[in-house]
Design a protein around this ligand. Sequence first.
Ligand SMILES: [Zn+2]
Length: 236
Amino acid sequence: MKLPVTCAQCMQEDIANAMITATVEFKDDGRYEILCPKGHSSITLLQQQKFEILFDIGAYAIVDGYYREAVSSFTSALERFYEFFIKVVCISKNIDWSNTQEAWKEVSNQSERQLGAFIFLHLQETGSKPTLLSNNKIKFRNEVVHKGKIPSKEQATEYGQAVLDVVRPLLKKLKEEYGDAVGMATFQHLSNTRNPSDDGVAVSTMCISTILSLSNGEPAHDDRSLKDAISQLRRW
Ligand SMILES: [Zn+2]
């Protein structure tokens, strides 16, 4: 899975004729430094949150035949989505960002703590407990991730679909009812991605269409099954 990037300076000079100047490997920090054929050095910041990227990595792993890796990436996408949900709710309560980060440190190394935080924040926000992955799916995931089970393509796809079914209604809720906080979280994410050394260099922000997407507003995009979404993936 690669990311097509356009030179930020070429875009500033002539946006109509700026072309994709590099395809890069995905990075953890979402910050891509590229040198274009015209000799410009520029920075591209990827707007997508971790859960959006991780879920797509899982989908591409299915295309490539790495089903264990797909299950692992879908699982990470779900965990990072819970983190995003928690942080957006905190932002919506006007809690100071540094305080939220401090609190997150206490749960950051233990996914069970994060899940607990998510369940009770969800209860507090909506009055009911969230729909989680079924016990069958959790058992399957543990067998794959911890016991070396080799899943079939169908099993990995079903698992990804189950993750999609858990995240989508929550994502919809965040987009509809927590729009301002989601915007703040995006702003925060991009400022964290930026480096102090980027001042004075052409910097652009890039938005890609992921299967789980904070930015895509078309209902049809979110109605697709994972199987359909996979069949529409682009390769760079
Ligand atoms: Zn350029």
